[in-house]
Write a protein that binds this ligand. Structure first.
Ligand code: FAD
Length: 430
Protein backbone atom coordinates (compact mmCIF):
# COMPACT_ATOMS: atom_id res chain seq x y z
CA UNK A 1 0.00 0.00 0.00
CA UNK A 2 1.27 3.52 -0.87
CA UNK A 3 2.22 5.89 1.93
CA UNK A 4 0.92 9.44 1.54
CA UNK A 5 2.40 11.80 4.12
CA UNK A 6 0.94 15.26 4.68
CA UNK A 7 3.15 17.53 6.77
CA UNK A 8 1.21 20.31 8.50
CA UNK A 9 -2.35 19.94 9.78
CA UNK A 10 -3.50 23.53 9.25
CA UNK A 11 -6.17 25.21 7.12
CA UNK A 12 -5.08 23.22 4.04
CA UNK A 13 -3.31 20.10 5.38
CA UNK A 14 -6.02 18.96 7.80
CA UNK A 15 -8.75 19.29 5.16
CA UNK A 16 -6.59 17.28 2.75
CA UNK A 17 -5.82 14.52 5.29
CA UNK A 18 -9.53 14.27 6.13
CA UNK A 19 -10.59 14.00 2.49
CA UNK A 20 -7.85 11.50 1.52
CA UNK A 21 -8.52 9.49 4.68
CA UNK A 22 -12.15 9.08 3.67
CA UNK A 23 -11.46 8.50 -0.04
CA UNK A 24 -8.34 6.30 0.15
CA UNK A 25 -7.57 5.39 3.77
CA UNK A 26 -11.02 3.96 4.53
CA UNK A 27 -10.91 1.50 1.58
CA UNK A 28 -7.23 0.68 2.33
CA UNK A 29 -6.10 2.02 -1.06
CA UNK A 30 -3.37 4.06 0.68
CA UNK A 31 -1.97 4.81 4.12
CA UNK A 32 -2.65 8.44 4.94
CA UNK A 33 -0.30 9.88 7.56
CA UNK A 34 -0.59 13.40 8.95
CA UNK A 35 2.47 14.92 10.65
CA UNK A 36 2.30 18.08 12.76
CA UNK A 37 4.57 19.56 15.40
CA UNK A 38 1.52 20.19 17.63
CA UNK A 39 -1.04 17.65 18.92
CA UNK A 40 -4.05 19.70 17.84
CA UNK A 41 -5.26 22.22 15.28
CA UNK A 42 -6.73 25.66 15.67
CA UNK A 43 -7.76 27.53 12.52
CA UNK A 44 -5.23 30.35 12.19
CA UNK A 45 -7.60 33.21 11.22
CA UNK A 46 -9.11 32.86 14.71
CA UNK A 47 -5.83 33.85 16.38
CA UNK A 48 -6.61 37.54 16.87
CA UNK A 49 -9.82 36.50 18.66
CA UNK A 50 -7.85 34.10 20.88
CA UNK A 51 -5.35 36.91 21.55
CA UNK A 52 -8.08 39.22 22.81
CA UNK A 53 -10.12 36.58 24.65
CA UNK A 54 -13.09 36.96 22.25
CA UNK A 55 -12.82 33.21 21.65
CA UNK A 56 -11.99 30.28 23.92
CA UNK A 57 -9.39 28.17 22.11
CA UNK A 58 -10.38 25.01 24.04
CA UNK A 59 -13.74 24.96 22.24
CA UNK A 60 -12.51 25.27 18.64
CA UNK A 61 -9.43 23.05 19.03
CA UNK A 62 -9.35 19.87 16.84
CA UNK A 63 -7.36 16.94 18.24
CA UNK A 64 -5.45 15.22 15.40
CA UNK A 65 -5.63 11.69 16.84
CA UNK A 66 -9.42 11.87 17.24
CA UNK A 67 -9.87 13.47 13.81
CA UNK A 68 -7.67 10.73 12.29
CA UNK A 69 -9.62 7.95 14.01
CA UNK A 70 -12.93 9.27 12.61
CA UNK A 71 -11.52 9.92 9.15
CA UNK A 72 -9.15 7.00 8.55
CA UNK A 73 -5.74 8.64 8.75
CA UNK A 74 -2.88 8.17 11.20
CA UNK A 75 -1.28 11.02 13.13
CA UNK A 76 2.42 11.34 13.97
CA UNK A 77 3.55 14.23 16.16
CA UNK A 78 6.91 15.94 15.46
CA UNK A 79 8.38 18.82 13.47
CA UNK A 80 9.69 17.99 10.02
CA UNK A 81 13.40 18.79 9.93
CA UNK A 82 14.58 17.26 6.66
CA UNK A 83 13.52 15.51 3.45
CA UNK A 84 15.65 12.76 1.81
CA UNK A 85 14.36 12.65 -1.75
CA UNK A 86 16.51 9.70 -2.92
CA UNK A 87 15.38 7.51 -0.01
CA UNK A 88 11.85 9.03 -0.17
CA UNK A 89 11.77 9.67 3.54
CA UNK A 90 11.34 12.57 5.93
CA UNK A 91 12.88 13.19 9.35
CA UNK A 92 10.68 14.40 12.19
CA UNK A 93 12.06 15.70 15.45
CA UNK A 94 11.69 14.20 18.91
CA UNK A 95 8.83 15.49 21.06
CA UNK A 96 9.32 16.37 24.73
CA UNK A 97 6.76 16.90 27.50
CA UNK A 98 6.57 20.02 29.68
CA UNK A 99 9.23 18.54 32.01
CA UNK A 100 11.66 18.04 29.13
CA UNK A 101 11.24 14.24 29.00
CA UNK A 102 11.16 12.71 25.52
CA UNK A 103 7.73 11.34 24.58
CA UNK A 104 8.52 10.46 20.95
CA UNK A 105 12.09 10.02 19.62
CA UNK A 106 13.37 11.47 16.34
CA UNK A 107 11.93 9.33 13.52
CA UNK A 108 12.22 8.71 9.77
CA UNK A 109 9.01 8.09 7.83
CA UNK A 110 8.92 6.72 4.29
CA UNK A 111 6.61 8.19 1.69
CA UNK A 112 5.47 7.50 -1.85
CA UNK A 113 3.77 10.89 -2.02
CA UNK A 114 4.64 13.82 0.23
CA UNK A 115 2.54 16.95 0.69
CA UNK A 116 4.10 19.98 2.32
CA UNK A 117 1.50 22.14 4.09
CA UNK A 118 3.50 23.74 6.89
CA UNK A 119 2.15 27.28 6.48
CA UNK A 120 4.04 30.51 7.03
CA UNK A 121 5.31 32.80 9.76
CA UNK A 122 5.66 36.56 10.20
CA UNK A 123 8.47 38.16 8.26
CA UNK A 124 10.47 40.75 10.23
CA UNK A 125 12.55 41.48 7.09
CA UNK A 126 15.64 41.37 9.33
CA UNK A 127 14.61 44.61 11.10
CA UNK A 128 16.93 44.96 14.13
CA UNK A 129 15.32 44.30 17.52
CA UNK A 130 11.99 43.00 16.19
CA UNK A 131 12.60 39.31 16.89
CA UNK A 132 13.59 39.96 20.51
CA UNK A 133 11.00 42.56 21.45
CA UNK A 134 7.82 41.87 19.50
CA UNK A 135 4.97 39.41 19.77
CA UNK A 136 4.13 37.59 16.51
CA UNK A 137 0.68 36.08 16.06
CA UNK A 138 1.99 32.91 14.40
CA UNK A 139 0.31 30.27 16.56
CA UNK A 140 -2.10 29.85 19.45
CA UNK A 141 0.72 29.75 22.02
CA UNK A 142 1.80 33.26 21.02
CA UNK A 143 -1.83 34.42 20.84
CA UNK A 144 -2.41 33.15 24.41
CA UNK A 145 0.84 34.76 25.56
CA UNK A 146 -0.39 38.08 24.15
CA UNK A 147 -3.76 37.70 25.92
CA UNK A 148 -2.11 36.86 29.25
CA UNK A 149 0.31 39.75 28.89
CA UNK A 150 -2.38 42.34 28.27
CA UNK A 151 -4.78 40.90 30.88
CA UNK A 152 -2.03 40.97 33.55
CA UNK A 153 -1.36 44.62 32.77
CA UNK A 154 -5.07 45.43 32.94
CA UNK A 155 -5.42 43.56 36.27
CA UNK A 156 -2.44 45.45 37.72
CA UNK A 157 -3.98 48.69 36.59
CA UNK A 158 -7.42 47.72 37.89
CA UNK A 159 -6.03 46.79 41.34
CA UNK A 160 -4.07 50.03 41.55
CA UNK A 161 -0.68 48.24 41.81
CA UNK A 162 0.55 49.83 38.61
CA UNK A 163 -0.16 53.15 37.02
CA UNK A 164 0.93 53.01 33.40
CA UNK A 165 2.28 56.22 31.86
CA UNK A 166 -0.44 58.84 31.64
CA UNK A 167 -3.04 56.22 32.57
CA UNK A 168 -2.81 54.30 29.29
CA UNK A 169 -1.37 51.05 28.02
CA UNK A 170 0.62 51.76 24.88
CA UNK A 171 0.24 49.04 22.26
CA UNK A 172 1.92 49.39 18.86
CA UNK A 173 1.09 47.05 15.98
CA UNK A 174 3.23 47.06 12.84
CA UNK A 175 1.43 45.98 9.66
CA UNK A 176 -2.06 47.16 8.71
CA UNK A 177 -3.07 44.06 6.79
CA UNK A 178 -6.03 41.97 7.95
CA UNK A 179 -4.25 40.66 11.09
CA UNK A 180 -3.11 44.09 12.35
CA UNK A 181 -6.45 45.78 11.67
CA UNK A 182 -8.54 43.00 13.21
CA UNK A 183 -6.32 42.82 16.30
CA UNK A 184 -6.42 46.60 16.84
CA UNK A 185 -10.21 46.67 16.74
CA UNK A 186 -10.67 43.53 18.89
CA UNK A 187 -8.58 45.14 21.66
CA UNK A 188 -11.28 47.76 22.13
CA UNK A 189 -13.95 45.04 22.22
CA UNK A 190 -11.90 43.34 24.96
CA UNK A 191 -11.74 46.36 27.28
CA UNK A 192 -15.44 47.12 26.70
CA UNK A 193 -16.35 43.59 27.81
CA UNK A 194 -14.06 43.83 30.87
CA UNK A 195 -15.72 47.02 31.99
CA UNK A 196 -19.13 45.29 31.47
CA UNK A 197 -17.91 42.59 33.88
CA UNK A 198 -17.52 45.23 36.57
CA UNK A 199 -13.85 46.18 36.24
CA UNK A 200 -14.89 49.78 36.35
CA UNK A 201 -11.36 51.13 36.31
CA UNK A 202 -10.85 49.46 32.91
CA UNK A 203 -12.22 51.24 29.86
CA UNK A 204 -11.35 51.46 26.17
CA UNK A 205 -9.91 54.92 26.93
CA UNK A 206 -7.02 53.21 28.75
CA UNK A 207 -5.73 51.81 25.48
CA UNK A 208 -3.38 53.80 23.34
CA UNK A 209 -3.21 51.64 20.21
CA UNK A 210 -1.05 52.73 17.28
CA UNK A 211 -1.32 50.86 13.98
CA UNK A 212 1.72 51.41 11.77
CA UNK A 213 1.85 50.79 8.01
CA UNK A 214 4.63 51.45 5.49
CA UNK A 215 2.22 51.75 2.51
CA UNK A 216 0.16 54.88 1.89
CA UNK A 217 -3.06 53.24 3.13
CA UNK A 218 -4.24 50.39 5.32
CA UNK A 219 -5.45 47.10 3.77
CA UNK A 220 -3.90 47.74 0.34
CA UNK A 221 -5.58 44.59 -1.05
CA UNK A 222 -9.04 46.18 -0.61
CA UNK A 223 -10.59 48.92 -2.80
CA UNK A 224 -9.55 52.43 -1.74
CA UNK A 225 -13.02 53.50 -0.58
CA UNK A 226 -13.33 50.47 1.69
CA UNK A 227 -9.84 50.91 3.08
CA UNK A 228 -10.71 54.59 3.85
CA UNK A 229 -13.98 53.55 5.51
CA UNK A 230 -12.20 50.98 7.75
CA UNK A 231 -9.50 53.57 8.54
CA UNK A 232 -12.25 55.93 9.78
CA UNK A 233 -13.89 53.16 11.80
CA UNK A 234 -10.58 52.34 13.52
CA UNK A 235 -10.09 56.01 14.39
CA UNK A 236 -13.60 56.13 15.82
CA UNK A 237 -12.59 53.31 18.22
CA UNK A 238 -9.53 55.38 19.22
CA UNK A 239 -6.81 53.66 17.14
CA UNK A 240 -4.06 55.99 15.95
CA UNK A 241 -3.32 54.98 12.34
CA UNK A 242 0.08 55.91 10.89
CA UNK A 243 0.55 55.23 7.17
CA UNK A 244 3.74 55.82 5.11
CA UNK A 245 5.68 54.92 8.25
CA UNK A 246 8.62 52.59 7.80
CA UNK A 247 10.03 50.98 10.97
CA UNK A 248 13.81 50.65 10.95
CA UNK A 249 14.43 49.36 14.47
CA UNK A 250 12.73 48.15 17.65
CA UNK A 251 13.94 47.92 21.23
CA UNK A 252 12.39 47.44 24.68
CA UNK A 253 10.96 50.99 24.58
CA UNK A 254 9.18 50.82 21.23
CA UNK A 255 9.55 51.26 17.48
CA UNK A 256 11.79 53.66 15.57
CA UNK A 257 10.33 54.95 12.27
CA UNK A 258 12.62 56.14 9.47
CA UNK A 259 11.43 59.74 9.28
CA UNK A 260 9.53 60.53 12.48
CA UNK A 261 9.78 60.39 16.27
CA UNK A 262 10.07 57.04 18.12
CA UNK A 263 6.78 55.31 18.95
CA UNK A 264 6.79 54.29 22.59
CA UNK A 265 5.05 51.00 23.41
CA UNK A 266 4.50 48.71 26.41
CA UNK A 267 3.34 45.89 24.12
CA UNK A 268 4.69 45.53 20.58
CA UNK A 269 3.18 43.32 17.88
CA UNK A 270 4.70 42.61 14.47
CA UNK A 271 2.19 41.53 11.82
CA UNK A 272 3.82 42.83 8.63
CA UNK A 273 4.41 40.33 5.87
CA UNK A 274 4.74 36.54 5.85
CA UNK A 275 7.37 34.08 4.72
CA UNK A 276 7.63 30.28 4.73
CA UNK A 277 9.86 28.85 7.51
CA UNK A 278 13.60 29.45 6.92
CA UNK A 279 14.51 25.75 6.96
CA UNK A 280 12.57 25.28 3.69
CA UNK A 281 15.24 27.30 1.87
CA UNK A 282 17.15 24.83 -0.34
CA UNK A 283 15.56 21.84 1.39
CA UNK A 284 16.32 18.67 -0.60
CA UNK A 285 17.19 20.73 -3.69
CA UNK A 286 13.57 21.84 -4.23
CA UNK A 287 12.94 25.20 -5.91
CA UNK A 288 12.17 28.12 -3.59
CA UNK A 289 10.61 31.56 -3.99
CA UNK A 290 12.24 34.62 -2.39
CA UNK A 291 10.15 34.08 0.72
CA UNK A 292 11.25 30.43 1.11
CA UNK A 293 8.05 28.93 -0.34
CA UNK A 294 8.24 25.79 -2.48
CA UNK A 295 7.53 26.64 -6.10
CA UNK A 296 4.73 24.51 -7.54
CA UNK A 297 3.31 23.82 -11.00
CA UNK A 298 -0.39 24.27 -11.74
CA UNK A 299 -0.91 20.66 -10.58
CA UNK A 300 0.50 21.72 -7.15
CA UNK A 301 3.46 19.34 -7.63
CA UNK A 302 6.80 20.94 -6.83
CA UNK A 303 8.77 21.90 -9.94
CA UNK A 304 11.67 19.49 -9.30
CA UNK A 305 9.92 16.44 -7.82
CA UNK A 306 6.53 15.18 -8.99
CA UNK A 307 6.05 13.03 -5.89
CA UNK A 308 6.19 16.11 -3.64
CA UNK A 309 3.20 18.45 -3.61
CA UNK A 310 2.93 21.75 -1.70
CA UNK A 311 -0.23 23.63 -0.68
CA UNK A 312 -1.22 26.66 1.37
CA UNK A 313 1.07 29.45 2.54
CA UNK A 314 4.27 27.41 2.02
CA UNK A 315 3.53 26.99 -1.72
CA UNK A 316 4.42 29.56 -4.34
CA UNK A 317 1.76 29.06 -7.00
CA UNK A 318 1.91 31.40 -10.03
CA UNK A 319 -1.44 32.70 -11.31
CA UNK A 320 -2.06 32.43 -15.08
CA UNK A 321 -2.75 36.19 -15.28
CA UNK A 322 0.51 37.02 -13.46
CA UNK A 323 1.36 37.35 -9.78
CA UNK A 324 1.00 34.62 -7.17
CA UNK A 325 -1.77 32.99 -5.18
CA UNK A 326 -2.02 34.96 -1.90
CA UNK A 327 -1.23 33.28 1.44
CA UNK A 328 -4.79 33.02 2.74
CA UNK A 329 -7.00 30.38 4.32
CA UNK A 330 -9.29 30.77 1.32
CA UNK A 331 -6.45 29.74 -1.03
CA UNK A 332 -5.33 26.87 1.27
CA UNK A 333 -8.92 25.52 1.26
CA UNK A 334 -9.11 25.64 -2.57
CA UNK A 335 -5.65 24.06 -2.91
CA UNK A 336 -6.56 21.18 -0.58
CA UNK A 337 -9.49 20.27 -2.85
CA UNK A 338 -7.42 20.26 -6.06
CA UNK A 339 -4.50 18.50 -4.37
CA UNK A 340 -6.78 15.65 -3.18
CA UNK A 341 -8.02 15.18 -6.74
CA UNK A 342 -4.50 15.31 -8.20
CA UNK A 343 -3.06 12.83 -5.71
CA UNK A 344 -5.77 10.33 -6.66
CA UNK A 345 -5.05 11.04 -10.35
CA UNK A 346 -1.30 10.52 -9.70
CA UNK A 347 -2.01 7.10 -8.17
CA UNK A 348 -4.29 5.99 -11.01
CA UNK A 349 -2.28 7.80 -13.70
CA UNK A 350 -5.34 9.73 -14.85
CA UNK A 351 -5.47 13.42 -15.71
CA UNK A 352 -4.84 16.07 -13.10
CA UNK A 353 -6.72 19.35 -12.59
CA UNK A 354 -5.07 22.77 -12.87
CA UNK A 355 -5.16 24.86 -9.73
CA UNK A 356 -6.58 28.29 -10.53
CA UNK A 357 -7.14 30.52 -7.53
CA UNK A 358 -10.64 32.02 -7.36
CA UNK A 359 -10.66 35.14 -5.22
CA UNK A 360 -14.01 35.18 -3.41
CA UNK A 361 -13.25 38.51 -1.70
CA UNK A 362 -11.93 39.72 1.64
CA UNK A 363 -13.91 40.53 4.76
CA UNK A 364 -12.30 42.24 7.74
CA UNK A 365 -13.86 41.74 11.17
CA UNK A 366 -13.94 44.87 13.33
CA UNK A 367 -14.85 43.84 16.91
CA UNK A 368 -18.68 43.84 16.74
CA UNK A 369 -19.01 44.29 13.02
CA UNK A 370 -17.24 43.67 9.69
CA UNK A 371 -16.62 45.24 6.30
CA UNK A 372 -15.30 43.84 3.09
CA UNK A 373 -15.69 42.98 -0.50
CA UNK A 374 -17.20 39.85 -1.97
CA UNK A 375 -16.51 38.71 -5.51
CA UNK A 376 -19.74 37.56 -7.07
CA UNK A 377 -20.21 35.82 -10.44
CA UNK A 378 -17.52 36.66 -12.95
CA UNK A 379 -15.34 39.42 -11.62
CA UNK A 380 -17.93 41.87 -10.31
CA UNK A 381 -17.50 42.81 -6.69
CA UNK A 382 -19.90 43.87 -3.98
CA UNK A 383 -19.06 45.86 -0.89
CA UNK A 384 -20.58 44.48 2.30
CA UNK A 385 -20.81 46.15 5.70
CA UNK A 386 -22.30 45.31 9.10
CA UNK A 387 -24.21 42.09 9.84
CA UNK A 388 -24.17 40.64 6.26
CA UNK A 389 -20.40 41.19 6.11
CA UNK A 390 -19.94 39.49 9.49
CA UNK A 391 -22.01 36.51 8.30
CA UNK A 392 -19.83 36.11 5.20
CA UNK A 393 -16.71 36.49 7.37
CA UNK A 394 -17.86 33.58 9.55
CA UNK A 395 -18.74 31.51 6.46
CA UNK A 396 -15.08 30.84 5.60
CA UNK A 397 -14.61 29.17 9.00
CA UNK A 398 -17.86 27.23 8.58
CA UNK A 399 -16.56 25.95 5.22
CA UNK A 400 -13.40 24.76 6.99
CA UNK A 401 -15.48 23.01 9.65
CA UNK A 402 -17.69 21.44 6.95
CA UNK A 403 -14.56 20.03 5.29
CA UNK A 404 -13.52 18.50 8.64
CA UNK A 405 -16.85 17.32 10.06
CA UNK A 406 -19.39 17.32 7.21
CA UNK A 407 -22.41 19.63 6.85
CA UNK A 408 -24.69 18.03 9.50
CA UNK A 409 -22.11 18.13 12.30
CA UNK A 410 -21.14 21.69 11.33
CA UNK A 411 -24.82 22.68 11.66
CA UNK A 412 -24.83 21.12 15.16
CA UNK A 413 -21.62 22.99 16.02
CA UNK A 414 -23.20 26.29 14.98
CA UNK A 415 -26.17 25.57 17.29
CA UNK A 416 -23.85 24.46 20.11
CA UNK A 417 -21.82 27.61 19.63
CA UNK A 418 -24.94 29.77 20.02
CA UNK A 419 -25.81 27.98 23.27
CA UNK A 420 -22.21 28.31 24.51
CA UNK A 421 -22.28 32.04 23.82
CA UNK A 422 -25.40 32.28 25.94
CA UNK A 423 -24.03 30.15 28.82
CA UNK A 424 -20.31 31.00 28.90
CA UNK A 425 -18.60 34.33 29.62
CA UNK A 426 -18.30 36.66 26.64
CA UNK A 427 -14.56 36.93 27.27
CA UNK A 428 -11.84 34.44 28.17
CA UNK A 429 -10.37 36.08 31.26
CA UNK A 430 -7.62 33.64 32.31
C1 FAD B 1 -4.47 36.53 12.86
C2 FAD B 1 -4.66 35.99 11.45
C3 FAD B 1 -5.86 36.26 10.77
C4 FAD B 1 -6.06 35.74 9.48
N1 FAD B 1 -7.25 35.99 8.87
C5 FAD B 1 -7.51 35.45 7.65
C6 FAD B 1 -8.79 35.62 7.03
O1 FAD B 1 -9.66 36.31 7.57
N2 FAD B 1 -8.99 35.03 5.83
C7 FAD B 1 -8.03 34.27 5.21
O2 FAD B 1 -8.29 33.72 4.12
N3 FAD B 1 -6.82 34.08 5.78
C8 FAD B 1 -6.52 34.65 6.98
N4 FAD B 1 -5.28 34.46 7.57
C9 FAD B 1 -4.26 33.68 6.85
C10 FAD B 1 -4.50 32.17 7.07
O3 FAD B 1 -4.55 31.89 8.43
C11 FAD B 1 -3.40 31.34 6.41
O4 FAD B 1 -3.26 31.76 5.09
C12 FAD B 1 -3.77 29.86 6.44
O5 FAD B 1 -3.89 29.40 7.77
C13 FAD B 1 -2.69 29.03 5.71
O6 FAD B 1 -3.02 27.69 5.78
P1 FAD B 1 -1.88 26.57 5.71
O7 FAD B 1 -2.56 25.25 5.72
O8 FAD B 1 -0.96 26.86 4.60
O9 FAD B 1 -1.03 26.77 7.04
P2 FAD B 1 -1.48 26.83 8.56
O10 FAD B 1 -2.94 26.92 8.69
O11 FAD B 1 -0.63 27.88 9.18
O12 FAD B 1 -1.01 25.39 9.09
C14 FAD B 1 0.33 25.00 9.11
C15 FAD B 1 0.46 23.78 10.00
O13 FAD B 1 1.79 23.26 9.87
C16 FAD B 1 2.31 22.93 11.14
N5 FAD B 1 3.77 23.02 11.04
C17 FAD B 1 4.52 24.13 10.89
N6 FAD B 1 5.83 23.79 10.79
C18 FAD B 1 5.90 22.44 10.89
C19 FAD B 1 6.96 21.49 10.85
N7 FAD B 1 8.24 21.87 10.67
N8 FAD B 1 6.67 20.19 10.98
C20 FAD B 1 5.38 19.78 11.18
N9 FAD B 1 4.34 20.62 11.20
C21 FAD B 1 4.59 21.95 11.05
C22 FAD B 1 1.67 23.94 12.08
O14 FAD B 1 1.65 23.46 13.42
C23 FAD B 1 0.26 24.08 11.48
O15 FAD B 1 -0.63 23.14 12.04
C24 FAD B 1 -5.04 34.98 8.85
C25 FAD B 1 -3.84 34.73 9.53
C26 FAD B 1 -3.64 35.22 10.81
C27 FAD B 1 -2.33 34.95 11.52
Amino acid sequence: MKNIIIVGGGAGGLELATELGNKLGKSKKANIILVDKNPSHLWKPLLHEIATGALDDNIDDVNYIAQGKRNHFTFRQGALTNIHREAKSIVISEVKDSEGKVIFPERQLSYDILVMAIGSQCNDFGTPGVKDNCIFLDDHIQAKHFRQNILNRLWRFSSGIEMPNAGTIDIAIVGAGATGVELASELFGMTEKLSDYGFDKISPKMLNVTLIEAADRILPALPETLSASIHKKLESYGVKVLTKTMITKADTDGFYPKESDPIKADIMVWSAGVKAPDFLKDIAGLENSRSNQLVVKSSLQTTRDESIFAIGDCASSPKPEGGFTPPTAQAAHQMAKICAHNIMAYLTQSSMKEFIYKDKGTIISLAHTAQGVVTTTGKSTMILKGAPAYMVYRMLYRMHQAALYGICKTGCLIMANRIMRWVRPKLKMD
